[in-house]
Design a protein around this ligand. Structure first.
Ligand code: PGA
Length: 251
């Protein structure tokens, strides 16, 4: 059966020292907490090695927030999937709406990134989600289906089975405005159906689909109670150990 997962996305927040302290605080808190989900923290590249070395791998999986769409070479400033994997990180967030919007990451670029991540043994946490105008025009199902198909449906079934999906409506990210649990369930079920049509029911049933967008301790339990919501990708609330733990224990 698919895993329940709570993943933190630190975005461009925390210095190295602050990040290590936060990771240690979460690791300590997890020692004395009964949990019913996997815990992941995705950090800036600069923090990866130190965070990997500051937490117990059995309690926390560490991930990057991005990787390059090229394997290696003359791409100044880029960080490859292989480099990320060499830090001990196991995950990489790809296709976050901030990357799509501000850094012009297209479906084709993301396809390359997903392939390179998988080749290097990283588990992609692949983000999809519509903007407000698309939701208001009732295009959200089409938009999300296209995002899933255009960057992932080239994968073999074996590789697709390694992907974690995060549905993050752009209008809910960092806005304090959360999708209702029913809205999340509706589109998560639709994503799972889209996957089933391509890869079959078994793979669709085993794919973890996380919700992201202003998820916090006060709304996590209601969201996670929905049958197709398998956890959360957490931005703002992942930057405070007590809030992040409050979401983890919502399972
Ligand atoms: P948020 O961000 O929880 O701050 O809304 C979620 C995300 O962008 O992953």
């Amino acid at each position: 059966m698919r895993k329940n997962i709570v993943a933190g996305n630190w975005k461009m927040n925390t210095t190295l020292q602050e990040g290590v302290a936060l990771a240690k605080e979460i690791n300590e808190a997890l020692k004395t907490t009964e949990t019913h989900c996997d815990v992941i923290i995705a950090t800036p590249f600069t923090h990866l090695v130190s965070v990997v070395n500051s937490v117990e791998a059995s309690r926390i999986g560490v991930g990057a927030e991005n990787c390059a769409d090229k394997a290696e070479g003359a791409f100044t400033g880029e960080v490859s999937a292989r480099m990320v994997a060499s830090t001990g990180a196991k995950y990489v967030i790809l296709g976050h709406s901030e990357r799509r919007a501000y850094y012009h990451e297209t479906a084709d670029i993301l396809k390359e990134k997903v392939t390179l991540a998988l080749e290097n043994g990283l588990t992609p946490i692949f983000c999809v989600g519509e903007v407000l105008a698309e939701r208001e025009a009732e295009q959200h199902f089409d938009v999300v289906a296209a995002q899933v198909k255009d960057s992932l449906f080239n994968l073999t079934a074996e590789d697709f089975a390694k992907i974690i999906i995060a549905y993050e409506p752009v209008w809910a990210i960092g806005t304090g405005k959360t999708a209702t649990a029913d809205q999340a369930q509706e589109i998560h079920a639709f994503i799972r159906k889209t996957i089933a049509e391509k890869y079959g029911n078994e793979i669709a049933d085993n794919t973890s689909i996380l919700y992201g967008g202003s998820c916090k301790p006060s709304n996590a339990a209601e969201l996670f109670a929905k049958p197709d919501v398998d956890g959360g990708l957490i931005g703002g609330a992942a930057l405070k150990a007590s809030d992040f733990m409050g979401i983890i224990t919502a399972f």
